[in-house]
Design a protein around this ligand. Structure first.
Ligand SMILES: NC(=O)c1ccc[n+]([C@@H]2O[C@H](COP(=O)([O-])OP(=O)(O)OC[C@H]3O[C@@H](n4cnc5c(N)ncnc54)[C@H](O)[C@@H]3O)[C@@H](O)[C@H]2O)c1
Length: 262
């Protein structure tokens, strides 16, 4: 299937590592020009260079997205470079464990800025260009919005917000032909996941326990699997798909986990 993404300029927040990096690489393989927007220019550049080394095109903008003004500047930098935006992947975020008992007002609000406020701001600032290109938006979200996790109120609330904004924007942007979808991630192997699992007392055992509960093939989802679905949902090959919250999770959220090892 030719996804017809050739030379499409697509912003990927948090594109330097993990899921975002996987998305940038798949988009570049499809001929698109992913723009890594992330907090560390050197990390962003590693991905841009890796894509260039395989003959692809990419660009990067350094921005700390929890600072509202940096979201605006990042979008402006992309428009200054290319004069267009064909797609936006909102992906940057962190499961930062601000719970009911251990949290504070300040920590809760800070986490919302890290995890959902920039989703809104990036879409807000990119919208004039997306209207011109009839581009599309893809929000990466987490299973915690639906399953809970415990001790991570702000992150769960932010992900509930990411899902709600997907439906809300899909409706608001119908009139412009802009499609908006979400991919829900459950257990995907990334640098952030690696860091988290190492904070537990017996990481290897815990990982085995988690993967044994992932129904399809008892394994983690890969960044590339999230990226393949993302590329399809950004492309015109999904031209009648909007407002959908799609789980690329090996059946983790919806299938009967009691049968995962059957
Ligand atoms: N890995 C999983 O299993 C999993 C599960 C559910 C949801 N998610 C979601 O997927 C997204 C990506 O997660 P990941 O595991 O790839 O993370 P990661 O930490 O491995 O990579 C995220 C990248 O985004 C950058 N980033 C994060 N916050 C930023 C900010 N405020 N400003 C600029 N750059 C920022 C980081 O520096 C990093 O380069 C997150 O929103 C996360 O909530 C991941």
């Amino acid at each position: 299937m030719n996804l017809q993404l050739n030379n499409k300029v697509i912003i990927v927040t948090g594109g330097a590592k993990g899921i975002g990096e996987g998305i940038c690489k798949v988009l570049a393989d499809e001929g698109a020009i992913p723009v890594v927007v992330g907090r560390n220019a050197a990390d962003n550049e590693v991905v841009v260079s890796a894509i260039a080394a395989t003959g692809g095109k990419a660009f990067q903008v350094a921005a700390e997205l929890s600072e509202p003004e940096e979201c605006k500047k990042a979008v402006e930098a992309v428009v200054a470079q290319f004069g267009r935006i064909d797609g936006l992947v909102n992906n940057a975020g962190v499961n930062d464990g601000v719970g009911l008992e251990n949290g504070t007002y300040e920590a809760f609000m800070k986490s919302l800025h890290k995890n959902v406020v920039h989703y809104y701001l990036m879409a807000h600032y990119a919208l004039p260009e997306l209207k011109k290109s009839k581009g599309s938006i893809l929000n990466i979200t987490s299973k915690t919005a639906e399953t809970g996790q415990g001790n991570t109120s702000a992150y769960a609330a932010a992900n509930g917000g990411r899902n709600a904004l997907t439906r809300e924007w899909a409706v608001e942007l119908l009139k412009y032909g802009i499609r908006v979808n979400a991919i829900v991630v459950a257990e995907c192997w990334t640098p952030a996941y690696d860091t988290w699992i190492k904070t537990l007392s017996n990481p290897d055992e815990k990982l085995k326990e988690i993967t044994s509960k992932i129904p399809l093939e008892n394994r983690m989802t890969t960044s590339e699997e999230i990226a393949n679905a993302t590329a399809f949902l950004l492309s015109s090959k999904s031209s009648h798909t909007t407002g959908q919250i799609i789980h690329v999770d090996g059946g983790y959220v919806h299938l009967d986990r009691a049968l995962a090892n059957a």
